[in-house]
Ligand binder design. Structure first.
Ligand code: ZN
Ligand code: ZN
Length: 367
């Protein structure tokens, strides 16, 4: 362009490029393939994991919802994580009112990713004075104008990217190999269109209180520990621990599908899971997938450490990233493929290549 671009134009282009970049589901935290079989509505299964403690297990959606933890105290409710959109938070809020009509006193966001906090506004609007708590790092990322994968500014970036994503799904529908694939794509198209409408109307509610180290809340007769144990899925992961009820909510630092490593710290992550394992708990409410026993931690950590060892070993032997992506998935499959592919989304083969690439960049190249 003659005369060069103004700084504003360059920034606008960079924003668009960055936004389109996130369209690749492998690059987006908890992104889902457009061909995946997903549920027809944002719904949750409330599973009791202790006296007055529930896991809200999210149905698989094209624009995924995180799980939530719901904790009842003597005088109110505490809810951990609020999904990807207000309508999903509203759906869960209705279910919650079926088990307790107490006011929601506190919302806790486990980390900054879009699918864990974009429903905050529902609880904030319905419960004046409701505190929204996150780690200091999470709040910094939520309010950073350049932050990808989550945050207030990322809402607009997603809205800018959605029309292209919607066109891609429409094009895929035209080329669908069979009626079943077409039906799945059409279901996901409807979800993408509805999501865009919600993004445009969103009134984001950010944390009103932050923590920079572990604190024990004495909340209406119940101890709720907000723990900062180390870097893992992000640099601000908050773990919510109920010592009496022996329940741990982990956000995406532990999931019941394949991990997303793009904002993660693979080697620290292993150490953080080690540190967590020393606490006494029975049930884990992971960021995605079903409620799992404590043993999931060692399985999940095993995947991360085997992945890191595999990538490091291959790099030492002179393998290129492409070669690693060809050989490592099969080598790790016997131990991990089946259990990492329990759900229709976030399965082993869908994610393992990106996981290898992320470990290669972060651990070998230290980029
Ligand atoms: Zn997530
Ligand atoms: Zn996440």
């Amino acid at each position: 362009m003659a005369g060069g671009w103004t700084r504003r134009q360059v920034l606008a282009q960079a924003t668009i490029a960055a936004a389109v970049y996130t369209l690749d589901p492998h690059e987006l935290c908890c992104g889902v393939n457009a061909y995946a079989q997903t549920a027809g509505a944002d719904s949750f299964e409330l599973k009791k994991v202790g006296d007055g403690v529930w896991a809200a297990v999210a149905a698989a959606r094209y624009k995924v919802n995180s799980n939530a933890a719901v904790i009842e105290t003597n005088d109110g409710l505490v809810v951990v994580d609020t999904h990807s959109k207000p309508s999903a938070a509203q759906a869960l809020y209705q279910d919650i009112q079926g088990v307790s009509k107490k006011p929601v006193k506190k919302i806790i966001n486990s980390h900054f990713h879009w699918d864990h906090w974009q429903g905050n506004q529902v609880y904030a609007q319905a419960n004046p004075g409701c505190e929204i708590i996150a780690s200091e790092r999470t709040k910094a990322r939520l309010t950073d104008p350049n932050q990808m994968n989550g945050g207030v500014a990322f809402i607009e970036k997603q809205a800018a990217a959605m029309p292209a994503e919607i066109e891609q799904i429409k094009a895929a529908i035209q080329k669908a190999p069979d009626a079943a694939a077409k039906a799945r794509l059409e279901g996901n198209l409807a979800q993408a269109e509805a999501y865009l409408a919600e993004l445009k109307a969103m009134k984001p509610a950010v944390p009103t209180r932050t923590v920079s180290s572990t604190v024990a809340l004495q909340e209406g007769g119940r101890e709720i520990r907000l723990m900062l144990v180390g870097k893992a899925h992000t640099d601000g992961d908050l773990f919510i621990y109920l010592p009496k009820e022996k329940v741990l909510a982990t956000g995406d630092a532990v999931v019941d599908w394949m991990p997303f490593l793009n904002d993660g710290y693979p080697e620290d992550w292993v150490k953080t899971l080690d540190a967590l394992e020393r606490f006494d708990f029975r049930h884990v409410i992971p960021g995605h997938g079903g409620v799992v026993p404590k043993e999931q931690l060692s399985f999940f950590r095993g995947y991360l450490s085997d992945l890191i060892a595999g990538v490091k070993g291959a790099a030492k032997d002179g393998a290129s990233l492409d070669e690693m992506k060809k050989t490592l998935p099969d080598r790790l499959a016997a131990r991990y493929e089946q259990r990492m592919s329990k759900h229709p989304v976030g399965q082993y083969r869908e994610r393992v290549g990106t996981n290898i690439e992320m470990v290669y960049r972060k651990v070998v190249q230290k980029a």
